[in-house]
Design a protein around this ligand. Structure first.
Ligand code: SAH
Length: 405
């Protein structure tokens, strides 16, 4: 039986997710309020004014980096900005099905690549830990498949506040957390289901080894440089930090195996000015009250692909709607609806499905992109002789149509 076919056995988790606001972060407008209107002097604005007065002008990238992740005053560092009460909502916060299908993707890749004795699940920017929690529930439900596999969780997170929330979500503090503020591994714990979990500020510090990497709405918060020059587009946004991270992931995957799954809103090298802010589920001028709103720019997947080239193979970007359909979202929804009699829960499942899948909502704006070892796609290393090719490998789930076996 395929892993996907087992989906029917799962429980409906405590599925009371946030009511879904009408605006999500991926919706695109290039500007919000007019500058000058309601522009309070925030601690971040004061910090930036000092910085500019003492060392001169700063780039858009430096502005974005300071505003979002400055260790003392950064937007991400000390607050929970996700959900109904916060500034934006993300797919894992909308529906449990999203994380469950991603969990199946990792198990399916693990099965297709020889069922290694151990793997690390590494998530970049895990938010509230909801996505990792949903994936771990799938791993527990598929205990018979994964029973001899040694799994560990590694979270890359710069936010002190969000790391505390992640720890609470994943461990329920059943076993006390170990903290060590100065160390590259700044926190360690054990999840509800007994899996070791560690926190890092930087991907470089995560141990190398067979790993599955996950980045959901992570690349869009990395600082972009904006250029106006002699190109066909009047604005060009480039995110060097994304390039560095993709190169690191590619190197690791080429060396030790595994895969990376990136999901975000973005384009394939065609868009121009996408830098924007979000506050209280509304668009927000990026220069007003810095430090109080999220700043984001669409991910350029053509750039990510170029950064991976030569080391690993890439798949996508494909639309979220297509990826989730290929992963069996319709079947999963049916199973959950079949189990829930409560009208409000059924309503929430249907609204969540619509939000994730509707092309006018998140279905077409969000994309999935994967990095895989060359051998996974072609059955052989591109450097080896073409005559040595192995039998053709199984298709990668999500990126091709679902076939029931
Ligand atoms: N993946 C989550 C949260 C997305 S918000 C979800 O989809 O719900 C972006 C996340 O990235 C937050 O957890 C934020 O604290 C984290 N983050 C932002 N910049 C980061 C950086 N430079 N390094 C590591 N984490 C970062």
């Amino acid at each position: 039986m395929s892993v996907l076919a087992k989906a029917g056995a799962w429980s409906l988790c405590a599925a009371v997710r946030a009511a879904i606001p009408c605006l999500w972060k991926g919706k695109y407008f290039s500007s919000g309020k007019e500058p000058g209107e309601n522009n309070p002097v925030t601690p971040m604005l004061r910090h930036l004014m000092y910085k500019i007065k003492s060392t001169g002008p700063i780039t858009v990238a430096e502005y974005m980096k300071e505003v979002l992740t400055n260790p003392a005053k950064g937007y991400y560092v000390y607050r929970d900005m996700l959900g109904e009460e916060g500034d934006f909502i993300t797919s894992p916060e909308i529906s449990q099905i999203f994380g469950e299908l991603l969990g199946i993707w990792f198990v399916s890749e693990w099965m297709a690549t020889g069922q290694t004795a151990a793997f690390q699940l590494v998530e970049l920017g895990p938010g509230r830990g909801t996505l990792a929690g949903d994936i771990l529930r799938v791993f527990s439900q598929l205990g018979s498949v994964l029973k001899n596999c040694d799994i560990s969780i590694h979270l890359v997170e710069v936010s002190q506040k969000l790391s505390e929330i992640q720890a609470l979500t994943l461990t329920e503090e059943k076993v006390p957390l170990e903290r060590s503020a100065g160390s590259p591994v700044y926190m360690k714990g054990v999840t509800k289901s007994g899996i070791p979990v560690s926190w890092y500020r930087d991907l470089q510090d995560v141990p190398k080894g067979y790993s599955f990497y996950l980045a959901h709405e992570f690349f869009d918060v990395l600082p972009v440089h904006k250029f106006q020059h002699d190109e066909t587009r009047d604005h060009v946004e480039v995110c060097p930090d994304a390039g560095v991270i993709i190169q690191e992931l590619s190197q690791r995957i080429a060396l030790t195996g595994g895969a990376a799954l990136v999901a975000d809103y973005g384009h394939d090298g065609t868009k121009t000015d996408t830098f924007r802010g979000f506050c209280g589920h509304k668009l927000h001028d990026v220069l007003i009250a810095p430090g109080t709103a999220d700043l984001t720019a669409d991910v350029d997947f053509s750039y990510l692909r170029r950064m991976a080239q030569g080391r690993v193979a890439s798949l996508g970007p494909i639309k979220q709607q297509t990826f989730l359909k290929n992963m069996g979202i319709d079947v999963r929804l049916k199973v959950l609806l079949g189990k829930s009699t409560e009208p409000s829960l059924r309503q929430q499942l249907l609204e969540g499905y619509d939000m994730l899948m509707n092309p006018k909502k998140m279905g077409e704006r969000f994309n999935f992109f994967a990095l895989l070892p060359h051998q996974r796609l072609h059955g052989r290393n591109p450097q080896t002789n073409a005559h040595q090719s192995k039998p053709s490998p199984s298709p990668v789930a999500g990126f091709s149509e679902l076939v029931w076996q």
